[in-house]
Design a protein around this ligand. Structure first.
Ligand SMILES: [Zn+2]
Length: 117
């Protein structure tokens, strides 16, 4: 098990996958990967806080607010954005996880290049 392989799997842990014994052993011995895993934990907490700030808007209220002429509803956009975020929370979380995975892969590739040089 190397750092790049493990870091490529870290996003799956936040999706509920359990680390294997080899991965747990690597995390217990590799300070850098343990720190990266801690960062994933912080990211997950941040996403959880974001989801707890979402205001649930009943569909009928949303439709009534949208029907108000735009000049009279300066705050409506925030409600629509919140509804959009609520509906697409998983997509945003997946996007963040994908970006982190890509970052980890880039880091691993760079590390291998540095080791080879
Ligand atoms: Zn490692």
């Amino acid at each position: 098990m190397n750092c790049g392989d493990l870091r490529g799997r870290m996003a799956s842990y936040e999706s509920g996958a359990e680390p294997t014994r080899r991965e747990v052993r690597h995390l217990s011995r590799c300070k850098e990967c343990a720190q990266e895993m801690a960062r994933y934990g912080l990211l997950a907490e941040s996403l959880e806080e974001l989801s707890s700030q979402v205001v649930m808007v009943p569909a009928a209220l949303e439709a009534a607010l949208i029907a108000i002429p735009s000049a009279a509803r300066p705050r409506l956009r925030a409600a629509v954005v919140v509804t959009h975020l609520r509906r697409n929370r998983r997509s945003y979380a997946s996007g963040v996880a994908l970006a982190l995975t890509a970052g980890a892969a880039t880091w691993a590739t760079r590390s291998r290049r540095l080791e080879a040089a």
